[in-house]
Design a protein around this ligand. Structure first.
Ligand code: OXD
Length: 306
């Protein structure tokens, strides 16, 4: 039995090191040097070449190397009965929450305005805070933590998801109440998983339901956003600015119009980066569970897509 690592363009050696530390006996094959595909029962993936998993006739488990699994589910050649797991890790959650808290605070305390004032030596004490109500679109593992932490900082927070939830300390909507949700908030944080239902959800029709001046934070996936619609929504005033960590195409092409828009702050998909040291134990635990035919940890629901 062996574990294959397939993450083209990423350094796999740090993963191998962490896996070996946890289980020195494990046989690991790293793509593209897979010499015995028939021995591979577990694969761990990040942006694998589509279709490649059909090379492994004895595959029993697919592990994402990150929190998201959309990069796996878009490969239609993967048989529907193979379980898929993802990484759930406190460090990932903390980084993501800190990033969003930073983005909310930067907007609320107008850091761009004061940076521009500094350049022009302007001392302007008027209106130092923008009053905000933060809407979190998707309050799962990561979005739920963001909502809780913002609430602890005494922000007004409203969540929305696709199923009813109980015992939340903030107002929560589900189902088709998006209109009501958007009419109450002026910072929108997209934390949705990427599925066929959520792809392109941040589009012009959606933005036109927002209160004028809403600030957008997207740390989920670039494909949630129709990028040219954001430019129109900025021009129309529905969106006043955005902090974006994810893009339709990454790295963001140098000629992309977002680079020239002062209202948009860009970071290069660093909001929350998987730490192999923290993620490896979950993958090795699941590898051992394949050997013992036990249920997996952090398995996603393939029908739901997350
Ligand atoms: C992830 C990511 O899903 O890095 O882990 O985006």
């Amino acid at each position: 039995m062996s574990l294959a690592i397939i993450s083209p363009g990423r350094d796999a050696s740090v993963w191998v090191e962490n896996f070996k530390k946890l289980d020195p006996s494990i046989d690991i094959q790293v793509y593209p040097d897979i010499s015995s595909p028939e021995k591979v029962e577990v694969v761990t993936l990040w942006n694998h070449p589509s279709g490649i998993l059909s090379d492994f006739p004895n595959l029993k488990l697919i592990c994402s190397m990150g929190a998201g699994v959309d990069h796996i589910l878009t490969d239609e050649s993967i048989p529907s009965d193979i379980p898929i797991t993802r990484i759930i890790d406190d460090k990932l959650t903390i980084s993501m929450t800190n990033y969003v808290v930073m983005a909310v605070l930067n907007h609320h305390r107008q850091i761009k305005r004061y940076q521009a004032d500094q350049l022009r030596r302007i001392w302007d004490m008027s209106n130092p805070e923008i009053p905000v109500t933060v809407g979190v679109l998707g309050v799962g593992e990561l979005g739920g933590d963001i909502a809780d932490k913002l609430l602890n900082l005494r922000f007004e927070v409203i969540g929305i998801g696709n199923s009813p939830k109980e015992n939340l300390d903030y107002e929560y909507y589900f189902g088709d109440q998006i209109h009501k949700f958007l009419s109450k908030i002026n910072i929108l944080v997209c934390m949705l998983p990427l599925t066929p239902e959520t792809e392109g959800i941040l589009n012009l029709e959606f933005f036109r339901k927002c209160q004028k001046g809403t600030y957008l934070i997207n740390v989920a996936r670039g494909k949630h956003l129709i990028e040219e619609d954001l430019l129109t929504a900025l021009d129309e005033g529905y969106i006043s600015g955005a902090m974006l960590d994810v893009f339709q195409k990454e790295p963001l092409p140098v000629e992309h119009p977002f680079w020239n828009r002062n209202e948009i702050t860009i970071t290069p998909h660093i909001a929350s980066v998987t730490n192999p040291g923290a993620a490896a134990p979950q993958i090795i635990e699941n590898y051992h569970r394949v050997q013992k035919s036990q249920p997996f940890i952090n398995q996603i629901n393939r029908k739901r897509g997350y």
